[in-house]
Ligand binder design. Sequence first.
Ligand SMILES: [Zn+2]
Length: 370
Amino acid sequence: MVKTASILRDLVAIPSVSSLSNVPVVNYALNFLQGWKIERHPYTDPAGTAKLNVVARTRPGIAGLALVCHTDTVPFDPDWKEAVNPKIRGGKLYGRGSCDVKGFLACVLSAASKIDPQELTTPLAVALTADEEIGCVGAKFLAKKKALRARHTIIGEPTGLAPVRAGKGYALAEIVVRGKEAHSAFPASGRSAIGDAARVILALERVSRKLASRRNRAFDPSYTTLNAGVIRGGSAKNIVPGECRITVEWRPIPGQDGGWAAELIREELAALREKDAGFAAELEVKRLDPAFAPSRDDALAGLLETLSGRRATTVAFGTEAAHLGTPGAETVVFGPGDMTVAHKSGEFVPIDELEECVTYLDAAIRNFCA
Ligand SMILES: [Zn+2]
């Protein structure tokens, strides 16, 4: 039997930043799923790069348990030598994706390699997705094709091995503020888009306060957060700026319409226009991913709580759970590692959490598929 840490070492050594093809990682994983029924769902991304989603099942039909894992990682600093040259130090494995989320993938492959697919009476499914880090593209692709149906689903993400039953949604938008260019010596003949953008920023603070008035105590922070993360405007020091763009994201709590923040922003923009007819700004929503609400069934979360001794919790980050969970069935986000060390240089996963995770996956497979 191959050790989980050495599987993870192999996985980290295969670069799979979202801009690259994920086919090499998927092909590596398929070596551990011999004798399984493999369904391939390939697509080509906008840059022309081949992407591959796979749904593997031990037998046809609705899975008793599905293990879902994305195969891409966020980019890494070229100065971080261990990014694709993984190292083990002090009981931790360092490398890009070790935590998010090749650690979980290594556990899935380790657990799967111990299984004789013929032995399980209820189907076990493993789904591998592409392009999670750039907007759950592969998961949405699979969801559209209804390629995965399961009574219980584990979506792999670093949760420190605590079962997660709910997560916030994710929305991304751009506000385009239009002014009028003019020579800066004659500002009265133009209109500063940056000046108007400043009014928009203050309006966004009012929106944030309104969003914070509705709470879901299961979350920390307990409300829909909003962030104006990027602002770009103007072209030169001596030109009155003609355009300014503000990138805004918000993370809706479950039970709240994800479009509420957009409504509030549009109301504020309309009010600014009401006060000043020259004001021109528009909101364009680019992405609105639903929140992940808790399932009624909690058999899987309960099992993972008992096994791990960790209480079920919630997360503030977006996952594939909102897309790939089977409606009416149970979905849990779960995996080794801590999300706060992911997406940065020095990302790592504790080795003992890998082995712990494999034993929980073994138990879940026996419980829902044997
Ligand atoms: Zn992830």
